[in-house]
Design a binder for this molecule. Structure first.
Ligand SMILES: [Zn+2]
Length: 525
């Protein structure tokens, strides 16, 4: 997820199938019931209330939680994480050898096995795979998309994920479906779209990143962008999303053309098993905008797409990779570090989310290398199915429901390859002081901001929704807009040094939370 539209604009994200909703999978480890620890926590809670002002916010009563001071060990964590980092070589194998890790693909299973073996070899007490079920799997096949009229040329294009192929070349005129309501649609298009390639959304304004806009031009561009979003915002009664796709399908269209939404012919890939079985072809933004301009001036536009994808209409097992360093005093209380292992398949899933995977694996290696056992268990989870709607983390939360009350905190990395620059408090503004104290012990990795805001769109959400203090770190952007979900999401654009810093910060925070004298009282989700 990013402050950008990236990860959370996929409106079919939440539509999980009955199979997934039925929680098919079972976790392999026994779960704990309600223990005495909670009673103790409540008593301490009453003792330590303090009123501390928060940046740009009303003063919030802070929990006066004090991490156990352990400067020598923190120094070892920093040294291990920064001077002995293995981020670069881990990236090289994950991206250049294993490559794109689309949910449901053999490459993802290979990555599950490899990451488990790596964390075991790095000294985690144990590592295993936890299964969950994907309703249908999909494999991208060859795709050739050409403009036939008014000019002939091959277009940069790719199928939206989980959409079918065209069963050979599908040639059709392009039609701009500009109606909003079902009634308007019926009046203007019913019975007139057979074999057509349709466009339903205006091209998004895109600026050339190589030509930075001066302030007046930036202001003009931003207002155009706002107008674009306002124009596509659904109104009550509008025919949108899956319903519209199903309606178009019933009209026998060849398929839907969608905007790649990035400059430089890059595509923002998306899609999920909830997609209706209708070809959807993502054109590079520059071609999508050209087609729209041609239609607007009354030119006839004709497209041919020849796409061969594979859809398997039966549930397929998928896996989350899990590893842990068992706690010495409260082994059933858990601090969780996570990132999604799956990726889109146009690049090699480098910044989304190879960087998060490498950081979590490095954090495991760093903590194991200290050779000191934490009081609570520190667990490392590499989720799958994130890009299709947080499927793996939702399955994890469902299958470990009875254990969630015993998770001290869950921390995710999923905003690219940049260094950690801060923490969004996700509604637990009463924990700002704790975060300040935990980050103050690693000044060499800072500076850090602690912000009273919430971030969505990634694997922390199933935990947050269950009342667990759950975070998605704020990171340096490092051109994430350029890489995420696109053909350019490759090793060339990773920053191993930044990922080493992120791993170090995650390890230091996890250590302090695992050794915190008290279990953090639950807030109200
Ligand atoms: Zn991601």
């Amino acid at each position: 997820m990013c402050a950008h539209r990236a990860d959370n604009d996929n409106d079919n994200r939440v539509n999980r199938t009955t199979a997934e909703a039925a929680g098919q999978q079972r976790c392999s480890r026994p779960e704990r019931s309600e223990g005495p620890a909670v009673a103790v926590t409540v008593a301490l809670f009453a003792l330590f209330l303090l009123a501390v002002p928060l940046r740009a916010q009303d003063p919030v009563t802070q929990l006066d939680l004090r991490p156990a001071p352990d400067s020598a060990l923190i120094a070892r964590i920093v040294a291990e994480g920064t001077t002995h980092s293995r981020a670069r070589e881990t990236f090289a194998t994950l991206l250049d050898v294993i490559g794109p890790r689309l949910t449901g693909s053999p490459a993802l299973r290979r990555a599950n096995d490899w990451t488990a073996a790596q964390m075991r070899a790095a000294g985690a007490d144990s590592a295993w795979l936890e299964p969950w079920s994907l309703s249908r799997s999909w494999t991208r096949g060859r795709a050739v998309v050409r403009m036939l009229a008014p000019q002939e040329r091959v277009l940069v294009a790719a199928s939206v994920g989980w959409t079918p192929g065209t069963n050979g070349p599908a040639r059709g005129d392009v039609v701009w479906v500009d109606t909003r309501t079902p009634a308007e649609f019926d009046a203007k298009f019913a019975g007139r779209l057979r074999g057509a390639w349709v466009m339903v959304t205006p091209a998004i304004p895109v600026a050339n990143p190589e030509a930075p806009l001066d302030p007046p031009a930036r202001a003009k561009f931003d207002s155009t962008l706002r107008a674009h979003y306002a124009s596509i915002a659904a109104r009550p009664g509008d025919l949108v999303g899956l319903e519209r796709l199903r309606r178009l399908m019933s009209e026998g269209v060849a398929g839907v053309l969608v905007d790649g939404e990035k400059p430089n012919h890059l595509l923002v890939m998306r899609g999920s098993p909830a997609n209706p079985l209708l070809p959807q072809v993502m054109l590079a933004h520059e071609s999508y905008a050209q087609v729209q301009r041609l239609l607007a001036r009354g030119e006839k536009v004709r497209i041919e797409a020849d796409i061969a994808n594979t859809l398997l209409e039966q549930p397929a097992p998928q896996w989350n990779t899990v590893a842990e360093i068992r706690g010495s005093e409260h082994p059933d209380e858990v601090v969780l570090l996570g990132a999604h292992l799956d990726s889109w398949d146009l690049g090699t899933g480098a910044t989304d989310n190879g960087a998060g995977v490498v950081a979590v694996m490095e954090a495991a290696r760093i903590l194991a290398a200290t050779g000191v056992r934490p009081k609570r268990t520190i667990r490392f989870v590499l989720f799958s199915g994130e890009e299709q709607g947080l499927l793996g983390s939702s399955a994890y939360a469902r299958d470990h429901a009875s254990a969630l009350p015993h998770i001290q905190a869950a921390m995710m990395l999923d905003n690219g390859t940049g260094r950690i620059t801060g923490v969004p408090l996700q509604g637990r503004n009463d924990l700002s002081l704790l975060w300040r104290r935990m980050l103050d012990v690693i000044p060499s990795q800072g500076p850090f901001t602690i912000e009273a805001r919430t971030k969505g769109g990634s694997d922390h959400l199933p935990f947050l929704n269950a009342g667990v203090p759950a975070y998605l770190f704020i990171q340096d952007w490092r051109g994430y807009d350029h890489t995420y979900h696109s053909q350019d999401d490759v090793l060339d654009y990773t920053w191993p040094g930044d990922v080493a810093q992120a791993a170090t910060v995650m390890a230091a925070a996890a250590w302090q939370l695992a050794n915190l004298p008290v279990f953090i009282p639950r807030g109200t989700p």
